[in-house]
Design a binder for this molecule. Structure first.
Ligand SMILES: [Zn+2]
Ligand SMILES: [Zn+2]
Length: 410
């Protein structure tokens, strides 16, 4: 269409020249004919664009931004008309936030080429002297933070991936070193090798939506727990040290002063949720009283806390309102949780027994009676705490899983 138009215009100018009118006008006309100016483009702002918090229209031809400006998302059932999704809800699950979970394997050629592209972008493998683009997890060995396990976050074809690399086995306990009484523990006690991961190898994990189980729902709000064990880490790094802060003493299994509480509300909170998602997470008054421990009295209970993200308590995981069996000695399927690939590379305990294969142990926020220990849930869903048997671990154990819980505004 455009070409035809300009041919006709050129023809009429040529005719004008033949009639003997201003011949000088012919020259610029011919020049214009060779390089016709682009007719003015009228934007049509028909396409949505958005970031974490706002949306706006753009012209699909040139991505010009609609001068009408940007406005905040308006979510109905977790979705905005612009295409931004905050959460997806079914009867008993909510998909919300993102975390590295499934490993990128070599199952097919496209996975292989994806891994190669990611590894190229990640550059040289990190060392403590030259980490390059990688970030150290800063994990403990024998009570000291060291650089022997790293991560890198990259985007490839619009999807996010996390690379993980370690040149020594992660210590299974923050207080343990490589040897105890001359016996090497470094290799034997990390679950990383049991889970199929080895030193000096780069592994890639895809950021995927976190699937949460709805424990209860009321007044447009839902209480959620992660459906998978997402990560592995210690409850507190120093199992023997009672700290004195001001006039207060904090035991190693004090949840308020624990590493895991900080990690959940800072590292995990920032990594898993964008600003729009963060705004939907309620601050919960977390009960750390003897009631949450199902005790009458206890000298290891700590102050209540106000948290965005927290661990479940002993009282929570025997609460029938949340769908759990009231008896902690029952092998409750609802308490049996699988470990993600990403938790596995971190060295989480993941069962290889028939019947519980792929299930892990996971921390509760509830302290055990002795100050260096906290409760956890066993691979078969038992979580008893009685005079015959109790499931608990040294707070410094790094092989227990993290199962975040939170309240979300729907
Ligand atoms: Zn345009
Ligand atoms: Zn929007």
């Amino acid at each position: 269409m455009k070409t035809q138009k300009w041919l006709i215009a050129g023809l009429s100018v040529a005719l004008a020249g033949c009639l003997g009118w201003a011949i000088a006008a012919c020259a610029p006309a011919e020049n214009e004919n060779e390089n016709p100016p682009t007719p003015p483009h009228t934007h049509s702002y028909t396409q949505w664009a958005y970031d974490d918090t706002q949306h706006w229209h753009v012209c699909p031809d040139d991505n010009a931004v609609d001068p009408a400006g940007k406005s905040d998302h308006s979510f109905v059932n977790g979705a905005c008309t612009c295409g931004k999704t905050l959460y997806t809800k079914t009867n008993d699950t909510v998909t919300f936030g993102e975390y590295p979970q499934t490993q990128v394997t070599d199952k097919n050629d496209s996975d292989k080429s994806l891994r190669n592209a990611l590894s190229m972008a990640a550059g040289a493998n990190p060392t403590s002297a030259a980490p390059g683009k990688w970030t150290s997890y800063g994990y403990y060995r024998a009570g000291v933070v060291e650089d022997s396990m790293w991560y890198i976050d990259l985007t490839q074809n619009g999807a996010r991936y996390r690379g993980v690399y370690f040149d020594r086995w992660r210590s299974y306990d923050t207080q343990h070193g490589d040897t105890i009484d001359g016996t090497s523990y470094e290799y034997a006690d990390s679950n990383q090798d049991n889970n199929g991961y080895t030193t000096n190898t780069v592994y890639w994990f895809k950021y995927e939506p976190i699937k949460w189980r709805i424990l209860t729902e009321k007044n447009g709000e839902a209480f959620l727990m992660s459906g998978l064990i997402l990560d592995a880490r210690q409850y507190f790094s120093d199992p023997l040290h009672v700290r004195t802060v001001g006039n207060d003493q904090f035991l190693p299994n004090d949840y308020k002063e624990s590493d895991i509480r900080t990690w959940l509300n800072e590292t995990f909170f920032d990594l898993a949720f964008d600003t729009a998602a963060q705004a939907r997470i309620k601050t919960t008054a977390v009960d750390n009283s003897v009631t949450s421990m199902r005790y009458e009295v206890s000298d290891v209970a700590c102050d209540n806390t106000n948290d965005k993200v927290f661990l479940l308590s002993y009282a929570d995981i025997v609460n029938t309102d949340y769908g759990f069996n009231a008896d902690p000695n029952v092998k409750d399927m609802r308490r049996q949780l699988k470990t993600s690939d990403y938790a596995n590379v971190q060295g989480v305990f993941s069962s290889d027994k028939k019947g519980t294969q792929g299930n892990g142990w996971w921390w509760l926020r509830t302290p055990y009676d002795w100050q260096s220990y906290a409760l956890d849930v066993y691979e078969d869903g038992r979580a008893s705490r009685d005079e015959w048997y109790s499931y608990y671990d040294a707070v410094s154990a790094t092989y227990n899983g993290v199962v975040p819980a939170l309240w979300i505004r729907l």
